[in-house]
Design a protein around this ligand. Structure first.
Ligand code: ZN
Length: 424
């Protein structure tokens, strides 16, 4: 009697522990080929997603993952060319290519890249990584940094590489309290003086806008990083210019809707199309460029609402799409035909602060923009400012100023654009 009670107790205890053990274990991502496991694992590593990484490798700890991340840190790291070299029922051997842009102590920018080996084992129907030669290769590539790299980007891109400690191609941090809001500026640590110059490339339904090459040349000449918010339709009518911007390591592109839609007025499919069609054009260009040998072209993860207009529906749609809404805190007012270089210079000098996002235009509709940059770039440098892309600004932020509405400078100040838009 007492034995059977004991047995029952043990069985119950065993069941409880067993079940709760299962419940506590993190769900494994669903993957069933060695290639899929390898791709997910190394992408997770490059994003410091150690939670994910430890689920895909035997005897792998958070500390192992962090150590590797530290070796790659400061680089725009990318893994590609996953190739199976041999495979049996339970073991697979692969190679992959690691490439990065590294900024060394002397702030010089270097491309590195190498192939490394991966071994995977199948157990209970799922593939896991058992070992690789990545860490070893990273350690030796860091100590032999001056060796020429086997993974070079095409000449034109290499020539445009600039000095700077910020890695190129970082995706912006998709923290959940930023999704679904509109971002206006950031708060930085003490003594940090970063600023993000942004230029919109707007093109409406019944027009073809231009390209202000003088603006872009000012930026390139001075090695100034910037972010361009391009309409999908603009990208299509300016495909060469778009690819020039995409392959220049100074620049990042964001989504400015398809045809400058007012996303406080458009709803449902029409509103979604403005965003998605633009993402698609960018992705097509990106695929094309990657296929022709360019690395390090980041995904487009940020959006700027035209007219600074949005509503809860469009903000919510961006949240669903994991896209961040980036607005501004300094308005150059360069679309006004009355604006001048002097006017822009005065506004920026008066209003800029560390963490600012400045909005101007590069679609040929900016008045005085290039002229203003000629004076503003050296002035901002003298004030101790460093130019970063929007993604980099978000990476460095201690706090992000994000709100639930969209406006020019104060809530409600751009509602007039809803009326204009409806009349069209
Ligand atoms: Zn615009």
């Amino acid at each position: 009697m007492s034995i059977s009670l004991h047995t029952r107790l043990w069985v119950t205890l065993f069941l409880i522990l067993g079940i709760s053990g299962n419940l506590l274990a993190a769900p494994k991502p669903y993957v069933n080929t060695p290639e899929q496991v390898a791709k997910i694992f190394y992408t997770a590593l490059s994003r410091e997603d150690c939670q994910m990484a430890i689920q895909l490798r035997f005897n792998y700890s958070q500390a192992d993952c962090r150590r590797l991340w530290d070796l790659m840190r400061g680089d725009g790291s990318e893994f590609k060319n996953f190739t199976i070299t041999s495979q049996t029922e339970n073991t697979a051997f692969m190679t992959a290519t690691y490439s990065s842009i590294r900024h060394d102590a002397s702030r010089e920018t270097k491309m590195t890249g190498f192939d490394f080996d991966i071994e995977l084992t199948q157990k209970d129907g799922s593939w896991m990584i058992t070992k690789d030669s990545l860490e070893q290769r990273l350690n030796s590539s860091i100590s032999h940094d001056s060796q020429p790299s086997p993974q070079q980007q095409p000449e034109s891109v290499q020539a445009q590489l600039v000095e700077g400690k910020y890695p190129y191609g970082f995706p912006p941090p998709l923290s959940h309290n930023l999704l679904g809001k509109s971002i206006r500026s950031v708060i930085l640590g003490e003594n940090q003086k970063l600023v993000a110059l942004t230029f919109d490339l707007c093109e409406r339904e019944n027009e073809v806008a231009g390209y202000d090459r003088a603006v872009v040349e000012q930026l390139i000449k001075n090695g100034v990083k910037a972010t361009f918010y391009a309409g999908g339709k603009w990208m299509q009518s300016h495909s060469q210019e778009t690819k020039e911007l995409m392959t220049n390591l100074l620049f990042e592109l964001g989504n400015h809707t398809w045809s400058h839609g007012n996303l406080a007025v458009l709803h449902g499919e029409e509103m979604q199309r403005q965003i998605l069609k633009t993402q698609r054009v960018y992705e097509e260009f990106r695929d094309e460029l990657v296929a022709s040998g360019y690395h390090q072209i980041p995904e487009m993860r940020t959006v700027r609402f035209p007219y600074g207009r949005c509503n809860s529906e469009s903000l919510d749609f961006l949240r669903q799409q994991q896209l961040l809404a980036i607005q501004w805190d300094v308005v150059t007012a360069d679309p006004s035909p009355k604006q001048t270089a002097k006017g822009i210079i005065n506004i920026v000098k008066k209003q800029v602060k560390p963490g600012s996002i400045i909005i101007a235009h590069a679609n040929g509709r900016g008045h005085g923009t290039a002229g203003a940059l000629e004076e503003l770039i050296p002035w901002l440098k003298r004030q101790g400012y460093e130019f970063v892309t929007v993604s980099e600004l978000l990476q460095e932020a201690q706090e992000v100023k994000a709100v639930d509405t969209c406006y020019e400078l104060v809530p409600g100040d751009n509602v007039k654009y809803d009326r204009l838009f409806k009349q069209k």
